[in-house]
Design a protein around this ligand. Structure first.
Ligand SMILES: [Ca+2]
Length: 164
């Protein structure tokens, strides 16, 4: 096998550890639905149907950068992620994991709305989070369970074998 073929194989195996239709970013697995604008709750329901949940990225800016690379076209500009005002408590912004939303991840002048209780990622802004009314229809990002250590080790072993 020549080097070009090996390289192609390496790129493919870069997805190992995430099940289709999820793609891999570091040890995280994402799926972007660009074609079905729905409410935040409907988006979460859809993600759960795939055995995942709405995205709760370890580093929001890293996810945004990946979106710009993987989906260079200009649409959609905002996507639901898995954060909301938990328990209807104003200002209690939480990822669905329960982790607090970092104040550093809000776009300029956000959050700004009393009835805007759910969170979208705005791909054109850094920082990129906006609060938005939960009933607004937007496309969304799902995130499956992180890549397991076993899958990572197996990918590394495959890569080493292929290169040598
Ligand atoms: Ca807002």
């Amino acid at each position: 096998m020549d080097f070009d073929c090996s390289l192609a194989l390496l790129l493919d195996t870069g997805e190992v550890g995430c099940e289709v239709p999820f793609w891999r970013l570091g040890d995280e697995c994402y799926y972007v639905n660009q074609h079905l604008p729905v409410s935040w709750s409907e988006a979460r329901h859809f993600c759960r149907g795939l055995g995942s949940d709405l995205a709760q990225p370890g580093v929001v800016a890293k996810l945004r950068a990946a979106l710009l690379m993987r989906y260079p076209e200009d649409h959609p500009s905002v996507l639901w992620v898995g954060a909301s005002e938990a328990g209807g408590n104003e200002g209690n912004w939480r990822w669905v994991s329960g982790a607090r939303v970092s104040s550093e991840d809000w776009a300029q002048d956000q959050p700004d709305g009393g009835n805007q209780n759910c969170v979208v990622l705005s791909r054109h802004e850094h920082p990129s989070l906006h609060d938005s009314p939960c009933y607004t229809h937007a496309t969304f990002i799902c995130q499956a369970a992180n890549v397991t250590a076993t899958a990572t080790a197996s990918t590394t072993a495959t890569a080493a074998t292929t290169v040598n």
